[in-house]
Design a protein around this ligand. Structure first.
Ligand SMILES: *Cc1c(COP(=O)(O)O)cnc(C)c1O
Length: 390
C-alpha cells in the first residue's frame, strides 16, 4: 500500500531512469515518452549539457537566498528581457507561484496608482492556472474547485472566444484579463488569434493589464520561445514554468516595468525562487533552445505530427471527433470516453500519453527534441490501439 496522498491516478509501474526520448522501468523496459513530465522535459531526459552544468553548480553553491545578488539570476533575467516584451522578471519555483505573482503584481499596480477599486480579474472558462486557492479561483474546472470553498472572490469568468461577453464583463473595477492562449488542461483548445488581438485592443484602450499564462504553451512548445511571439499579440505580464527547467523546478513572471515598479522590498518574495541551482539550469535550458535551428526543428516535427494525426483522424472518423492544438501540444478528442483505455494500451506497448477532459481527450506533448522516427513509432502504436478499441 502506498503512503502517498491519493491526489493522482498513477500508473503502478515504477519508472527509474530517463534518457532523451525514453523512460525505463525497473525491469529495463523502455517507453517512448510523449508526455514529457507534462510538457516539462522538453529537451529530453537527462540532457547531457544540462546535467553537466548542474553538476558543476552542485559543487560551488546551491542556495543563498534572495537577500544576496545571484549572478546566474541576473543573467537569466537579462536574457529573458532581451528575448521578450518584458522589462523585469520575478523568479519562483512552480507555475502556480507564477500565477500568484502575476495576480499580486496586477492588484498592487492599481493600488499604488490610487485605483484601489480596480482589483477584479477576468479569466476564461476552461483555463487552468494551478492548484492554489487563488489559482483555482481564477480558473480550473468545477472538479478542481469542489470542496475547497470559500474560494477567492475577484475573478469574473467569461466563455472563450466570445469578445462580446468579455466586453460586457469589463467594469471600472476590472484590473486585468488573465488567460491561457492555448488551454491545455481544459481540453487543448486554442483561443482564436483574432479574439486575442481584440482582447489586446480592448485592454489597451481601457488601461487594463493583459496577462498570458504560458506555463504550458511557452518555452518552445509551439515553435517559438513564447507563443505570443507566434501570434503577434503582446501581453503586459506573462507566466512561464514547466519546460523552463527541463524538470528542475523553475518558474517566472515576466512583466513590463510600469507594473514591476509597484513591487518594492517586502511586497512579494520566494525563498527558493531563482536560486543558483535553478538559475544554472534555466540558463542551460535557454542555451540549448537558442541554438540555431532549435525552433525550426520544432516547427518541422509539429507539421509532421499533425499530418500523421489528421490522417489517423480521417481513417478513424467514426471514432475520432477532432485533432486540436498547435505545435507539440495536441489533443485528440474521441467520440467515446475511452481515452484511459487507449492510453493504458499504448503504455503497455511502450508509448506514454496522457488523457484529459473526462476521458475524452488523449493529449500528446512530446519533448521538443522528438524526431520523425519517434513520431512514426508513436503513431503506429496509437493507430493499433484506436483500431482495437471500438
Ligand atoms: C501546469 C500549469 C500551471 C501550474 O503549474 P504548477 O507548476 O503545477 O504549479 C499553470 N498554468 C498552466 C497553463 C499549466 O499548464
Amino acid at each position: 500500500m502506498s503512503h502517498i496522498v491519493n491526489s493522482y491516478n498513477r500508473l503502478k509501474i515504477p519508472i527509474v531512469r530517463g534518457e532523451g526520448m525514453y523512460l525505463f522501468d525497473q525491469s529495463g523496459k523502455k517507453y517512448l515518452d510523449f508526455v514529457a513530465g507534462i510538457a516539462t522535459t522538453s529537451l529530453g531526459h537527462c540532457h547531457p549539457y544540462i546535467v553537466e552544468k548542474l553538476k558543476e553548480q552542485l559543487d560551488s553553491l546551491w542556495h543563498c537566498s534572495n537577500l544576496l545578488t545571484i549572478p546566474q539570476q541576473e543573467l537569466l533575467a537579462e536574457r529573458l528581457v532581451s528575448l521578450t516584451f518584458a522589462d523585469k522578471i520575478f523568479f519562483c519555483s512552480s507555475g502556480l507561484e507564477a500565477t500568484e505573482a502575476a495576480i499580486k503584481f496586477i492588484r498592487r499596480y492599481f493600488y499604488v496608482k490610487g485605483q484601489k477599486k480596480r482589483n477584479r480579474i477576468i479569466t476564461i472558462e476552461g483555463g487552468f492556472h494551478g492548484r492554489s486557492i487563488a489559482a483555482i479561483s481564477a480558473g480550473g474546472n468545477e472538479r478542481s474547485r469542489e470542496g475547497f470553498a470559500p474560494l477567492l472572490s475577484g475573478f469574473d469568468k467569461v466563455p472563450k472566444n466570445n469578445i462580446q461577453a468579455l466586453e460586457e464583463k469589463i467594469s471600472d473595477e476590472t484590473a486585468a484579463v488573465f488567460l491561457e492562449p492555448i488551454q491545455s488542461e481544459g481540453g487543448v483548445y486554442s483561443l482564436n488569434v483574432e479574439y486575442l488581438q481584440q482582447v489586446r485592443q480592448i485592454t489597451e484602450a481601457q488601461g487594463i493589464i493583459l496577462c498570458f499564462d504560458e506555463v504550458q504553451c511557452g518555452y518552445g512548445r509551439i515553435g517559438s520561445l513564447f507563443h505570443y511571439q507566434n501570434i503577434g499579440v503582446e501581453p503586459d505580464i506573462l507566466t512561464c514554468a514547466k519546460a523552463m527547467g527541463n524538470g528542475f523546478p523553475i518558474a517566472a513572471c515576466l512583466t513590463k516595468d510600469y507594473i514591476a515598479e509597484a513591487i518594492t522590498p517586502g511586497a512579494h518574495g520566494s525563498t527558493y525562487g531563482g536560486n543558483p541551482l535553478a538559475m544554472t539550469v534555466g540558463n542551460a535550458v535557454l542555451d540549448m533552445m537558442l541554438k540555431e535551428g532549435f525552433f525550426s526543428h520544432v516547427q518541422k516535427v509539429s507539421k509532421y505530427l499533425r499530418k500523421k494525426l489528421l490522417y489517423l483522424a480521417e481513417k478513424f472518423s467514426k471514432k475520432v471527433l477532432e485533432v486540436r492544438g498547435e505545435g507539440l501540444l495536441i489533443g485528440i478528442e474521441l467520440k467515446a470516453p475511452i481515452a484511459d483505455k487507449i492510453v493504458d494500451q499504448c503504455f503497455n506497448k511502450g508509448l506514454m500519453l496522457t488523457k484529459i477532459l473526462d476521458n475524452r481527450v488523449i493529449r500528446i506533448t512530446p519533448p521538443l527534441i522528438v524526431k520523425n522516427e519517434h513520431i512514426d513509432i508513436a503513431c503506429d502504436i496509437l493507430y493499433d490501439s484506436i483500431a482495437s478499441n471500438f
